[in-house]
Structure formats: structure tokens, C-alpha cells
Design a protein around this ligand. Structure first.
Ligand code: NAI
Ligand code: MG
Length: 492
């Protein structure tokens, strides 16, 4: 029975409770194996540890697959394979390396739907996002770097570039396949060989990717994938054969890695957390800004290092923005990640859900005002309703700490100077957003904001040609573009 239409003087489009939606589940097969071994020297290899752990689907808490737990001996075997492969791969011509990268990109495109479904099952993100964002952008990174492989001379004119050697790469769980592409594509384009470790909750697409490497005929040992949690990662960063470590993840682990590598000649790039300011001026197109705010914080359940998690809105339009945001939130659909209607899927893990719950509780306790739409959350799985906090002050934990969930903290400002000061008042510096009608203000803000990426009148736009990375505790080094490429090469 449709619910009774409420008194609605604002003529708001109220979809939420008025109709039942037919479910629209994705039906393409994900082809997930019941168990995955390690991928070393071009072969799936049983772990010497003789241990596997479960990967579950955060959407329904069911087991997805068993993933090998790599111990020190397994990591050593991967480094031995990568070291042996390096001597030949580093001398393979750029044109030849580029062919492999093109092949990988095209094979990934061929199997895009299958990879999208697997990503959504294993990690909980909405199928709409894995289908339209994660997988196509991952393929785009391989295409882009395929183009660089035989043009490295143009990346550093007049100088000669050489690969670094064997690189260790550790990635997080928020964009599993995409982070793999960001790491592997530039490394191979420059002639390095790789040991990559996916995050322990999201290893499935990385293991499926190994079959693409086999189909592409990539020489054995050029890419090795070892699975496991923090201990496996520690074995990688300690390994003497690693010429470089590239890490994306939490600031705490990033600092630990930096301390561990201090005094060695290993190179390091870190892509860590963020607490981005999304700044809305009174002259901004407000409806467009509201869409950008929603995308900025609710994309991928807010599990985004560059999420626009602090909204700074000019006081004169704050009431209007809050009213429209609350209305927009009522239309977001939270639930089954495999349903094509879903806007907000599952939180990646119980641990992450508990972290979000704890920080939201602190927001209420510290006196911010919470707004959550009435929405039915599935009984099984890890879910959190989209949440707004108004009356937030800079000292609140929810304004300072990375929540990494669908939670937006709203602060106000009066002058552009105040906006810049508040935006930069954070230990992070990864990204920012500016919404205004004035082009000159965009240019001024983008130089004053201490953030690696500044989006203007849009948010969360990514392109392989555009370097991405942070300042301060958000890390150093760039990924994408010529800058990201050069982080995998040395001038000789
Ligand atoms: P994490 O930093 O522990 O995990 C990231 C990766 O590092 C995973 O592959 C993990 O296995 C690996 N790792 C963990 N300990 C390690 C160690 N001692 N040595 C080497 N590798 C190690 O992040 P976690 O605990 O999953 O998430 C905690 C918080 O970190 C999140 O709530 C979020 O705020 C932030 N985070 C930020 C990310 C970003 O993209 N900037 C990504 C993931 C988490
Ligand atoms: Mg999983």
C-alpha cells in the first residue's frame, strides 16, 4: 500500500516511502573462486604458511572466498621472482612493455561487468559505482600508461630515465581494483617489477586480475600478488630487495612505514588520509552545489580519502543549503550493493562500521546537531544511514578526524579569508572543493588552499592524466600524470 502523501507545501519530490521499488539486482556472474592462492612468478602458488583466511561480503556477511595468508617465506619467494624478472623486464623496450599494458587494459574492458560484480560482492560498494567508475577508470590507467611506456624520454627531456627495481606496493580496501591499477600501471611502464599486497577485506579482484596477467602473457615474476594483513605488509616493507615502497592507507600506518624506512635508501610515496573542505560561496549555483556535496561525501559510502567531509558554507546561504541537503538525503537509497537502484552500499567491514559509529557518537556528545533520514537498513550486513551534522565547531572530533564513512560535518564562514583559514586548519591536505560563480575566486582559492587537488564547481573527478596526491599528513608523491610516472623512475 502506498503511504499517505504527507502535507508537502515545499512541493518536494518525496520518493522514499511512497512506493516500493522493484529490486534491480545485477545478475552477471562474478566468477569468484572458492579459494585463491598467492600469485608468484606467473603462477598461482599455495602459501608456505599453509593458511587461508575468509573474505566476506559486507553486504550480507556471507563468505565470498578463502584468501591465502602470505608469511615471510612467501614474501621472500615473491621478491626472488620479481628480482629475477627485473633483469629482463627492465631491458624490454618501452614499445614492447606498452603492448602488455594495452593488452591488460583491453582484457579488463572485456571482462568489465564480471569485475564490477566481483568488486561489489567483496567490498560492498554500489554496483553502479564499480560498473561506471572503478573498473573503467582502472582500465583507463592501463591505457594511459601504455602510452607512456615508449615515450619516457619525453617525460624528462634531455635526461635518461631508468627504472628503480623491485617495488613493494600496499593498497587499501576502498577502491581495490582501481588502487591496483594506479600502482601497477606506472611501475610497469617505467620497467619496474612489482610485489603488490591488496587489503585483507578486498583481495578478490586483485586475484582475478592475475588471470588477466596470465592471459596477457606478461612474463612471469613481473607482477607478484601476495595477500594477507598488516604482518604481510610489514614483511614487504622490510625486505632488502625493495627499491621503493608505495603505500595508500591510513596515516598511522603511513607514519609507521616512514619510520621503518628511515635510514635506508628505499624510496617511498605515501597517499594517506584526508579531511577535505568543500567550500560553498553564496554566489554558487546552490542546487548544483548540493549535488556536488552529496557526491563528495556519499560516493563509495564516504570511504574516500579525498571525500568532501567538511562542508564550509557561507553563512548567508547556510540555511538554504542545509534544507536542500536534508531533502536530498531523504531520496538516497541505502541497501543491497548489487541493486542498480542503490546509492549507498555496505560499509566495508565491521571494524570500519564501529569506527564510524564511535565518531558519530562523539559528535552528538560534543554538541553538534545530527540529522539522519528515516531509512530502512538491511538486517544482515554492515550499513550506516547517510548523516549530516550541523552546528559543528572546528574543535569537534568529527571536524578534525577522518571518519571514512557517510557522515558530513557542516561549518559556516563569513569571508573568503575565513574560509581559507578554516579549510587549511587540518593536519591533512589532500583535496578541496570550491563552489562559486566567480572564476577569479576559483583561481585565488586554488592557490591558497593547501591541498593536492582542488575541484571547482565539481567534485571527485579523476583522470589518469591528472596527478593526485597530498600535502602534510596526507602524504607525498603523486599518482597519475607525468608526476606520478616520474615517481617510478630515476634519472641516470
Ligand atoms: P590500514 O592503513 O591499516 O590499511 C591499508 C593497507 O595497509 C592494508 O593493505 C593493510 O593490510 C596494510 N597494513 C596494515 N598494517 C600494516 C603494516 N604494519 N605494515 C604494512 N602494511 C600494513 O587502514 P585500515 O585499518 O583498514 O583503516 C583505518 C582507517 O584508515 C580508515 O578508517 C580510514 O580513516 C583510513 N584509511 C585511509 C585510506 C586512504 O585511502 N587514504 C584507505 C584505508 C584506510
Ligand atoms: Mg571482502
Amino acid at each position: 500500500m502506498p503511504a499517505k502523501r504527507p502535507n508537502n507545501p515545499a512541493r518536494e519530490l518525496l520518493f522514499g516511502d511512497l512506493w516500493e521499488y522493484d529490486p534491480a539486482p545485477e545478475t552477471a556472474p562474478a566468477h569468484i573462486a572458492p579459494r585463491y592462492d598467492l600469485f608468484i612468478n606467473g603462477q598461482f602458488t599455495a602459501p608456505k604458511s599453509k593458511k587461508w583466511f575468509d573474505s566476506i561480503s559486507p553486504g550480507n556477511e556471507q563468505k565470498v572466498s578463502e584468501i591465502a595468508l602470505a608469511n615471510e617465506a612467501d614474501v621472500n619467494a615473491a621478491f626472488a621472482a620479481a628480482t629475477a624478472a627485473f633483469s629482463k623486464w627492465s631491458k624490454t623496450s618501452g614499445a614492447e612493455r606498452g603492448k602488455y599494458l594495452y593488452r591488460i587494459a583491453r582484457l579488463l574492458q572485456d571482462r568489465a561487468r564480471e569485475f564490477a560484480v566481483a568488486e561489489t560482492i567483496d567490498g560492498g560498494k554500489p554496483i553502479r559505482e564499480s560498473r561506471d567508475f572503478d573498473v573503467p577508470v582502472a582500465a583507463a590507467h592501463f591505457f594511459y600508461h601504455a602510452g607512456w611506456a615508449d615515450k619516457l624520454a619525453y617525460a624528462a627531456p634531455g635526461r635518461t630515465l631508468a627504472p628503480l627495481g623491485v617495488v613493494g606496493q600496499i593498497i587499501p580496501w576502498n577502491f581495490p581494483l582501481l588502487m591496483l591499477a594506479w600502482k601497477i600501471a606506472p611501475a610497469l611502464a617505467c620497467g619496474n617489477t612489482v610485489i603488490l599486497k591488496p587489503a585483507e577485506t578486498t583481495s578478490v579482484t586483485a586475484m582475478k586480475f592475475c588471470s588477466i596477467l596470465q592471459d596477457a602473457g606478461l612474463p612471469p615474476g613481473v607482477v607478484n600478488i601476495v595477500t594477507g594483513a598488516g604482518d604481510t605488509g610489514t614483511n614487504i616493507i622490510h625486505h632488502p630487495a625493495a627499491a621503493k615502497i608505495a603505500f595508500t592507507g591510513s596515516t598511522a600506518i603511513g607514519k609507521f612505514i616512514q619510520r621503518t624506512l628511515a635510514g635506508t635508501d628505499k624510496r617511498l610515496t605515501l597517499e594517506l588520509g584526508g579531511k577535505a573542505a568543500n567550500i560553498v560561496f553564496e554566489d554558487a549555483p546552490i542546487d548544483q552545489a548540493v549535488e556536488g556535496i552529496v557526491n563528495g561525501i556519499f560516493f563509495n559510502q564516504g570511504h574516500v580519502c579525498c571525500a568532501g567531509s567538511r562542508l564550509l558554507v557561507q553563512e548567508s546561504v547556510a540555511d538554504e543549503v542545509l534544507r536542500k541537503l536534508k531533502m536530498r538525503l531523504r531520496h538516497l537509497r541505502v541497501g543491497d550493493p548489487l541493486d542498480k537502484n542503490t546509492d549507498i552500499g555496505a560499509i566495508n567491514s565491521r571494524k570500519q562500521l564501529e569506527k564510524i559509529q564511535e565518531l558519530v557518537k562523539s559528535g552528538v556528545q560534543e554538541g553538534a546537531e545530527i540529522h539522519q533520514p528515516a531509512c530502512k537498513l538491511p538486517k544482515r550486513g554492515f550499513y550506516f544511514a547517510p548523516t549530516l551534522f550541523s552546528n559543528v565547531s572546528l574543535s569537534h572530533r568529527i571536524a578534525r578526524e577522518e571518519i571514512f564513512g557517510p557522515v558530513l560535518s557542516i561549518l559556516t564562514f563569513r569571508t573568503p579569508e575565513e574560509a581559507v583559514e578554516k579549510a587549511n586548519n587540518t593536519p591533512y591536505g589532500l583535496s578541496a572543493g570550491v563552489w562559486t560563480d566567480k572564476g577569479s575566486r576559483i583561481l585565488k582559492m586554488s592557490t591558497e588552499l593547501k591541498a593536492g587537488v582542488v575541484w571547482a564547481n565539481t567534485y571527485n573527478k579523476f583522470d589518469p592524466a591528472s596527478p593526485f596526491g597530498g600535502y602534510k599528513e596526507s602524504g607525498f608523491g603523486r599518482e597519475g600524470g607525468k608526476q606520478g610516472l616520474l615517481d617510478y623512475a630515476q634519472i641516470v
